[in-house]
Design a protein around this ligand. Structure first.
Ligand code: ADP
Length: 485
């Protein structure tokens, strides 16, 4: 049963357990991407307020990390339960602020909750080691200790789940945090802060600052108090953060861009492959870093796959995510629409066929039609970079060797999908695809118990799972000598 959350203005940021305005009274707008309406104004913070948030997190650290893991887990569990209590209001807010259809928004609230529940338990399993000693008069131990104050910088495409995936792990490990959400989705982040406060998480343990990305980013990156940064976003900003972290030698986890191949082998189950392709491509209107970005179809199946895929795509409704029966909401902004349009035009100019859609949608300024392109070639932009829009380009291939080479010929390495019923081929592809996540015979892979992350220019570090919490600890080696003397 949903308890209605009242998000009444003025919306404020959350620092040291208090709700604060920008020092200079600056605010910026959160905009509904479906209508262009201003939803609310939120504080536009900069360096000074970020410094306060870092100091608050530093003050809260010693008490928080000295609590037992199970006590921290209870706070996270309560936090997660509150997400469940307010599921419907959170979903409505998410659809208004980010655009995804309500059904997907409800799914994201549950997904966000699953990280809080997962890490509520995982904190208590941060075991150390006792190492057989190299000498009889010493004992060697390994402990895992919280890294300290963390900066968590998150994107707009999953504005709840990307925060809880980082915050759950950080808090469970005994760290404190400053969260910097994307400027497109500040209200979702502030809603989480409200629930974290209601869960009784002590003041300063987590703080949320909305505002000027560059000023906040620079303050977080140059601070010697911040020992760890976890970032999800573009490869360009990720590379900037790597360079900015050098002066203070921070620990980093980076989940950056993708360019996922989706391969349909000659022995694939075609109906399953088409269903997986719909899920993988059109979730969140194509705006996830693990969305399939290029479809390699074996030449023997190409025509029938194209026909069935086009038929399924034609059943997708574009519209405001609040309306029932909407499958595709708006893109986040006009720049995203322009990028989709650019990819379609470039492909068409170079000889691709538009098999479905191909244009902006009549639903409004930020809407783009679900689009299927045929006869796409390597020279086209869409095969070289992430679209982050609802466009599926089809490419023919004729051998495993060829498709693996083409799938790997990108600087990115986040997720790769393929369909095959041949167990030998499944393991061969799993070995040979240079990606952090390889998904056979499914279009969706993300969940709290699995390690999420990439290789190459898609970043490093893992989130979720038993590995995710390790990003927030340092290994400490303890030698106890003088034994028996
Ligand atoms: P996208 O292109 O998907 O919006 P970005 O990488 O620009 O991805 O944004 C992801 C997150 O990084 C957002 O919270 C954004 O505000 C933040 N960000 C953008 N530029 C910087 C920067 N220079 N320093 C720190 N954070 C930044």
């Amino acid at each position: 049963m949903d308890k209605s959350l009242e998000f009444t203005p003025p919306h404020r940021c959350y620092i040291d357990g208090a709700w604060v305005e920008s020092d200079k009274g600056l605010r910026f707008s959160s905009i509904d991407p479906a209508t262009g309406d201003i939803l609310a104004e939120v504080p536009d913070l900069g360096a000074l307020e970020t410094q306060s948030a870092i100091s608050a997190a530093a003050r809260a650290l010693s008490d928080w990390r000295s609590r037992t893991a199970s006590e921290r887990g209870l706070f996270l569990r309560r936090f997660g339960e509150l997400l469940g209590d307010h599921k419907e209001s959170l979903a409505q807010l998410l659809t208004r602020e980010q655009g995804k259809p309500l059904l997907e928004s409800r799914g994201e609230v549950s997904y966000a909750q699953s990280f809080l529940f997962w890490f509520a338990e995982e904190g208590a399993r941060l075991y150390g080691d006792i190492i057989p000693s190299h000498t009889i008069d010493a004992r060697l131990l390994v402990m895992k200790q919280a890294v300290g104050v963390c900066a968590l910088i998150t994107p707009w495409n999953f504005p709840y789940a990307m925060i809880t995936r980082k915050l759950g792990a950080a808090l469970a490990a005994g760290c404190t945090a400053v969260v910097k959400p994307a400027e497109q989705t500040p209200l979702c982040a502030l809603a989480l802060a409200r629930l974290g406060e209601e869960a009784g998480i002590p003041r300063g343990v987590f703080n949320v600052v909305t505002g000027d990305a560059q000023a906040i980013g620079k303050t977080l990156m140059s601070s010697d108090i911040v020992r760890k940064v976890s970032f999800t976003g573009s490869t360009d900003v990720g590379k900037l953060l790597i360079s900015q972290s050098a002066a203070t030698v921070k620990k980093l986890s980076l989940e950056l861009g993708g360019h996922a191949p989706f391969i349909v082998c000659e022995d694939a189950d075609l109906d399953e492959a088409v269903s997986g392709a719909i899920l993988s491509k059109f979730r969140n209107s194509g705006q996830t870093c693990v969305c399939a970005n290029r479809f390699y179809i074996h030449e023997s199946l190409y025509d029938s796959f194209a026909e069935r895929f086009a038929e399924k795509i034609s059943e997708l409704n574009v519209g405001n995510g609040l309306l029932p029966n909407t499958h595709l909401g708006p893109l986040i902004d006009l720049a995203a629409v322009e990028k989709s349009e650019r990819h379609v035009c470039d492909a068409r100019d170079k000889g691709a066929k538009v098999l479905f859609g191909g244009s902006r949608d009549k639903a409004g300024g930020n809407f783009f039609q679900p689009t299927l392109l045929g006869e796409v070639e390597d020279s086209m932009q869409i095969l070289q970079e992430e679209t982050f829009g609802p466009i599926a380009p089809l490419v023919r291939f004729s051998s495993d060797e060829e498709v693996l080479r083409r799938a790997n010929s990108t600087p990115y390495g986040l997720a790769a999908y393929f369909y095959s019923r041949d167990v030998g081929r499944v393991f061969q592809f799993a070995d040979d695809l240079d990606y952090g996540m390889v998904i056979a015979n499914s279009g969706v892979s993300s969940n709290a118990c699995a390690p999420f992350g990439g290789v190459k220019h898609s970043g490093y570090g893992r989130e979720g799972s038993k590995y995710g919490i390790l990003e927030y600890v340092d290994i400490k080696y303890l030698l106890v000598g003088g034994i028996g003397s």
